[in-house]
Write a protein that binds this ligand. Structure first.
Ligand code: PEP
Ligand code: MN
Length: 265
């Protein structure tokens, strides 16, 4: 299989501009759950850059559990985020939910994210195989490693070699945390596959106070990068993810700490 370490013994290194993902240097993607306004994403981009992050995250299309919740600002959000990224010298990552929106998302963002709920949206994966933009594929919250690797296989088989895998927590019997961040996924996926592995301690815990320790744990487990939610006003964020979003000063402190933790190799 194309995703397997057997097929491709060397680590895949994804280079976007001067950022290398999977090459031994830790990559940090930070930003809000959702793009809310041009001012919001511009200010957060400034803070991500100042803290030393390389990639601005933000959803323009949001996969909400209920149909009456805020669904994202759509294409306008893609434009706002692209401008903020350009202005502050950051790459951007955003979620794409349907095959029809892949081209427009690819036009505005540097990395396309597949959300946990869409890990086995095979039409979406096939379409992502045809684009020339890297893809961050999130593990389904009830998916095995094998199912995640098979999902990645769809993108690779379509001709797009630039796939990173993301552990974002799985559903377990524990309800104190929103999900259980499966730290074992990091070394297991790196053993089975050559693709970079990114950890998402925000969705992986659902609790702000757990993001910092689980970030450190992810780095210790060998993660190639992190995707972390940060918001200037988490209590008033437009998705429910304010409770897991770091305040800007916490985000900056965490990144300073990471400089001492990595690279370990
Ligand atoms: C997100 O990154 O905001 C998101 C919706 O993530 P997930 O698909 O992991 O729930
Ligand atoms: Mn979120």
């Amino acid at each position: 299989k194309l995703a397997s370490r057997e097929f491709h013994p060397e680590n895949t290194v994804i280079q976007i501009g001067d950022v290398k993902i999977g090459g031994g240097e830790l990559v940090v993607m930070g930003g809000p759950c959702a793009v809310e306004s041009a001012e919001q994403i511009d200010e957060i981009a400034r803070l991500v850059k100042a803290a030393g992050g390389q990639v601005l995250r933000g959803g323009a299309f949001k996969p909400r559990t209920g149909p009456y919740s805020f669904q994202g600002v759509g294409v306008e959000g893609l434009i706002m985020m692209a401008e903020a990224g350009k202005k502050h010298g950051l790459l951007t990552i955003t979620e794409v939910m349907t095959p029809e929106y892949v081209d427009i998302c690819a036009e505005y963002a540097d990395i396309l994210q597949v959300g946990t709920r869409n890990m086995q949206n095979f039409d979406l994966l096939r379409k992502l195989g045809e684009v020339r933009k890297p893809v961050l594929l999130k593990r389904g919250f009830s998916a095995t490693y094998d199912e995640l690797l098979n999902a990645a296989e769809y993108i690779l088989a379509g001709g797009n070699p630039d796939v990173m895998l993301c552990e974002r927590g799985i559903r377990t019997f524990e309800s104190y945390t929103r999900n259980t961040l499966d730290l074992s996924a990091i070394p297991v996926l790196q053993h089975l596959s050559h693709l970079p592995v990114i950890s998402d301690p925000s969705h992986g815990t659902g609790r702000r106070e757990l993001v910092e320790p689980m970030t450190r744990a992810s780095v210790a487990a060998g993660a190639d990068g992190l995707i972390i939610e940060m918001h200037t006003d988490p209590d008033n964020s437009m998705t429910g993810d304010g409770v897991q979003s770091l305040f800007p000063d916490q985000f900056a402190r965490l990144l300073r700490e990471l400089e001492q933790l990595s690279p370990i190799i």
